[in-house]
Structures are given as C-alpha cells and as structure tokens.
Design a protein around this ligand. Structure first.
Ligand SMILES: NC(=O)c1ccc[n+]([C@@H]2O[C@H](COP(=O)([O-])OP(=O)(O)OC[C@H]3O[C@@H](n4cnc5c(N)ncnc54)[C@H](O)[C@@H]3O)[C@@H](O)[C@H]2O)c1
Length: 436
C-alpha cells in the first residue's frame, strides 16, 4: 500500500528542518505533485514560509508560494502534524562542539519528537551528515523506545545523505544521484522508490553505515585535496616564480586522473570544515587515527593565519604597519555568489584583524551585515571614494558581481586570496599562491 502511495504520488512527505537542505528537498517533492508537511522549530522560518517567502538562496519565493496557497505545502512547528506523513526526512544541523566533537543534539531532539508520534508503516530517513552508525545506534533506539514500534518491521528506517552544492546551478537537485542505505532490504527498497520520484538516479547500498561513510568520504576527499593545494600554494609563495593558479589550470587540461581544487583563505560552510571531524572522532573509538584528516585540518586551519601574515608582509612592503592600516574585506560568505556565512574564513580573518588594525570594514552584495565576536559590521557601499580612502582590499570571496579591474585600478593595494583577479596584472595586486 505504501509502495502504491509513493508511485501514485499520494504519499505525504514530512521534512523536518527547513534549511539549506530541507527546503530545496521539500520543493523537489512539491514539484513532483506530493503534499509536503514542512516542520521547523524556528517559528520565524515557518511564518516566513507561510507568507510564501524563502530565506534560502537556491529557493525562489514563486517556487513555494503557489503550494502554500493551494494547501499542498503544510507548514508547522508541531511534531503532531507528522502523524499524517508517510515518509519523514530529517534535515537538521549536525555541528560540532567547541572541542570539535560531534554535536548530535538536533538529531537526537528530532528523533525523540518523531518517536513520540511515529506510526506503523512510516518511513524515517536521516539526511543530516554524520558518522557511521548514527542511524542504527542513535536514531533507531530512540525511535523504537519512544514509539514502542520495531524498525524494519513496523516502520522503515534509512540513511540517504544530502549531496546538494548550494549555489551550483550546473547540477540541479534532480541530476544528483541519491545514495540510499536502509536498515533492512525493504527499508532500502521503499526509500529508493521514494527518492526515485525526485532524482534521476538512486544508488542503493548495503546498509545505513555505507551510506553514512559515503557522504563522509565525499567531503573528506574535498577537504584533503583543498589542503594539498593550500600547502602547494604556500610552497609556491616561498619559491617564487611559480603561480599556483596557473599550475592548477595547466594540470586541469589532463583529461583523466586529475580534478582541480583551489587554494583559499580557509574552509567554510556547514560541511567541509566539520564533517571530517565526525569521522576522526568516531575512529578514536577503534584506536584509529585518521592521519589524512588531521593533517588536512592542520593545513586548512592555518590558512586564515597565513593570510594575516601575508597581508602584514604586503603592507610592510608598501611602508604601512598593520596597526595603522585600514582594511576592506571583499566578500564574507564562505564561497562565491551565495549569502551563507557559516564558518566563513572571512569572518575568522575579520576576528583576527579587528583588534590589530586601525579600521576594518567589509562589502558583500549578498550579506548586509555580520556579527564578528559580538560586534556587528554593516556592509559598506563599494564606491571609488571608499576604495581610495583605504590602504588594502582583501578579497575573500570571488563574487561575480564585482568589477575586479575597476577595484584594482582604484585601490592602493589589493590582496586576492581567490584568484578573482585572474588575467589582471598590476603593481598593486598581490595573490595567495604566488610570491610577489
Ligand atoms: N548546507 C549544505 O550545503 C549541506 C549539504 C549536504 C548536507 N548537509 C547536511 O544537512 C544537514 C542540515 O544542514 P543545513 O545546511 O540544511 O542546516 P540549516 O541550519 O540550514 O537548517 C537546519 C534547520 O533545522 C531546524 N531545526 C533544528 N533543530 C530542529 C528540530 N529539532 N526540529 C525541527 N527543526 C529543527 C533549524 O531551525 C533550521 O531551519 C546537516 O547535517 C548538514 O551537514 C548540508
């Protein structure tokens, strides 16, 4: 019956946590004709959505408004609303603690509340990135204890990681295959059938642990490779005469066996800087040290400090000491063309700079204001006058909105950590990854 409900798109889909992952997921199901029950603990978010307003870059207001109006997108803060759902997707945050241990409090809270309302024949799918065994050893026992039901028998349970790359228009959600690992074969089969309604390809794997580890491998792969190019960028700076960006471009012409990764001021976002720690924490339980992860973390976490050092060096060469400098940060989101500032290296750099320079300001067309160590900064309007009045521009996110030639022309010094000024040659332009 559940299978038939999914095939005929009569199944009701619960989405718990309507953020960067949950909201686009809800939209995918809505567009395919499903009724979606969207649940978030944030009253503010639910109220905005009820008005047809999106707060996520990748979701436009007109993608949700019609469904809110026709009653197919039900928005709530009440877990009891999930009683009507046939499938419940958990898309809550999985951050780490200050000591970089996994913080599963959101997953645990959501599982407990779902457990209280769980009914027979419902599918529960964890989508939040986490360490292997979370689905079976954390979520499953909570659901069973709270509901009195049995996983695999009374209800179905799976892990299906989210693989979306926010802001990436080249790969819309439908084109990204869904990896699905169910607690039992039937759990996998039903979850795969459900996801095949919204993506072109589903990849079933043996169990939730494989799916959990798959997601971590993907993110650790990025983390480690970024660390590799960051390290080589530092070497290029020391050697002189080699531009790391040119090297990557040349290496990228190899049609096989190479994939470009780029240096930068540090890692950001909710995934790449956090997820590897989930695995290194788990590995310790097995007396195992994930050396690649730890080495990559060291290299990547040093990058904001290196940028400060380079900034200081560039200023010195122009006869300015750091403490007297006025600095403009360009781009505070963690990557280009989006507004997400979570764990942004630009904010780390601002935190390191704010008490060391005479004046620190920023501009970002996507981020009107940011809080750094409790101090609120507002984005300054980028004018010729502003550029002329400051000592150094530090490019930390390569937004497409900027006219870099104009910026370099009108600034005293520019330090580019993203190769946003590619193809521009100027005496006052300095770059991460090459000595100048
Ligand atoms: N952002 C990404 O690009 C991305 C990509 C792939 C995977 N992920 C993973 O997906 C998960 C969610 O990330 P996100 O970026 O969507 O986070 P987010 O912070 O954008 O959204 C999470 C939402 O969950 C809500 N929430 C928290 N606790 C809740 C609870 N108990 N019940 C209901 N709602 C609750 C929050 O209010 C928030 O709206 C994380 O595990 C993350 O690692 C994120």
């Amino acid at each position: 019956m559940l299978e038939e409900k999914i095939r005929s798109k009569k199944a009701k889909i619960g989405v718990v946590g309507l953020g960067y992952v949950g909201l686009p997921l809800a939209v995918s199901f809505l567009k395919e004709g499903f009724v979606v029950i969207g649940l978030d603990i944030s009253n503010e978010r639910v109220e905005l959505l009820k008005k047809g307003k999106s707060y996520i870059d990748d979701v436009q207001d007109d993608e949700i408004k019609p469904f809110v109006k026709n009653g197919r997108f039900i928005l709530t803060t009440e877990y009891s609303s999930l009683e009507d759902a046939d499938a419940i997707n958990i898309c809550v945050p999985t951050p780490f603690t200050v000591t970089k241990d996994p913080d599963l409090k959101y997953v645990i809270d959501a599982s407990e509340r779902i457990g209280e309302v769980l009914k027979k024949e419902q599918i529960v799918i964890l989508k939040s990135t986490t360490y292997p065994e979370t689905t079976e050893k954390v979520v499953l026992p909570i659901l069973e204890r709270k509901s009195g039901l049995r996983a695999g028998k009374d209800f179905y349970l799976a892990f299906a990681p989210e693989r979306v790359d926010p802001g990436n228009k080249k790969f819309p959600p439908r084109t990204i295959p869904a990896v699905v690992g169910g607690y039992t074969k039937k759990c996998t089969k039903l979850t795969a059938l459900l996801y095949s309604q919204i993506v072109d390809r589903v990849v079933p794997v043996s169990n939730p642990r494989v799916a959990e580890m798959t997601k971590l491998l993907e993110n650790i792969f990025r983390n480690v490779n970024i660390a590799l190019v960051n390290e080589l960028a530092l070497l290029c700076e020391r050697m002189g005469g080699v531009d790391m960006w040119e090297v990557i471009e040349a290496a990228s012409t190899k049609p096989f066996g190479f994939m470009p990764f780029y240096p930068g001021p540090g890692l950001g976002g909710h995934c790449i800087p956090i997820d590897p720690y989930y695995l290194s924490w788990k590995a310790r339980e097995y007396d195992f040290h994930t050396s690649f992860i730890e080495l990559a973390a060291k290299v990547n976490e040093d990058m904001p400090y290196h940028v400060i050092q380079k900034l200081q060096d560039v200023l010195n060469r122009n006869g300015i000491v750091l403490k007297d400098a006025t600095v403009l940060i360009l781009g505070v989101s963690f990557k280009e063309n989006i507004s997400d500032t979570r764990n942004s290296p630009a904010l780390k750099i601002m935190s390191l700079l704010m008490h060391r320079v005479k004046k620190l300001i920023y501009n970002d067309p996507y981020v009107p204001s940011v809080s750094v160590d409790g101090k609120i900064f507002d984005s300054k309007k980028l004018t010729r006058q502003l550029l002329k009045g400051i000592d150094v521009v530090l490019i930390t996110a390569a937004h497409r909105d900027y006219d870099y030639r104009w910026i370099v022309k009108n600034s005293r010094i520019v330090l580019d950590t993203r190769n946003a000024t590619k193809n521009i040659r100027a005496k006052n332009l300095f770059k991460l990854g090459l000595r100048k």
